[in-house]
Design a protein around this ligand. Structure first.
Ligand code: CA
Length: 234
């Protein structure tokens, strides 16, 4: 791999032994590693030299992982930064809260380095430029895979990398109903295990991002089946 092709991972974690372990495994897999020991330092590093992906610990001194994630999602320059949360909390509610704050994925400690790296690769793939360059249009929404711009009714929308891929997938197959499993395989890939409810969380985020007040909900929930890009007119 050439120097320029190596993605940079910013590891935001205050436990030194874990940082050492992560650095060792990530570098072995060809990633460049930068580190920050707290949220304030992380914000400075992201501004100075934006990484390709951030591994973010939930429990941090000065600024929690959740709060840092919120701040990153609020800033236009960092809104689309891929984020994987590292959490010691196995409770479902906390994991979902992490996703709702804006993280793209989460891994529960203790985790195997191989599993984490599979998720990093999958997220980098989702965040990467889509191969097709033709504009996709449905109803009043336009998605340009080349520029990653999404516009609805003339309004520029801001989507995270996962929501972008989700919308792109639906736009390629309008009105077709997909199960959560279909969506997981198409958007996340078959090589990693993701809970089906993760799809629900990202669908919620996608709806929030694309449906303005008084606008038609473009995503139809099909009970006991899944989801479709299909405006709900009733
Ligand atoms: Ca910690």
């Amino acid at each position: 791999m050439s120097e320029t092709a190596r993605p940079t991972i910013l590891v935001v974690e205050d436990e030194a032994p874990l940082v050492t372990l992560l650095r060792y495994n990530l570098e072995k897999q060809g990633f460049k590693v930068d580190e920050a020991g707290d949220g304030t330092e992380a914000l400075a590093k992201i501004t100075e030299c934006p990484p390709d992906l951030m591994l973010l610990d939930w429990m941090l001194p000065t600024l929690s992982g959740i709060e840092l994630c919120r701040q990153i999602r609020r800033r236009p320059a960092t809104r689309n930064l891929p984020v994987i949360m590292l959490t010691a909390r196995a409770e479902d509610q906390d994991a979902v809260r992490g996703l709702e704050t804006g993280a793209d994925d989460y891994v529960t400690k203790p985790f195997s380095p191989d599993a984490l790296i599979a998720r990093i690769r999958a997220l980098l793939r989702r965040a990467g430029t889509a191969p097709a360059k033709t504009k996709l249009t449905f109803h009043d929404i336009d998605l340009d895979p080349a520029t990653h711009r999404v516009v609805r009714g003339g309004r520029l929308l801001h989507l995270g990398p996962t929501e972008f891929r989700l919308l792109e997938f639906f736009l390629r197959h309008p009105k077709r109903v997909f199960t959560r499993e279909d969506v997981l395989n198409a958007v996340w890939g078959r090589d990693i295990h993701v809970e089906p409810r993760t799809v629900d969380v990202h669908i919620r985020r996608l709806r929030k991002a694309i449906n303005g007040p008084n606008e038609l909900d473009l995503i139809r929930t099909v009970r006991a089946a899944g989801y479709a890009l299909d405006p709900q007119t009733t």
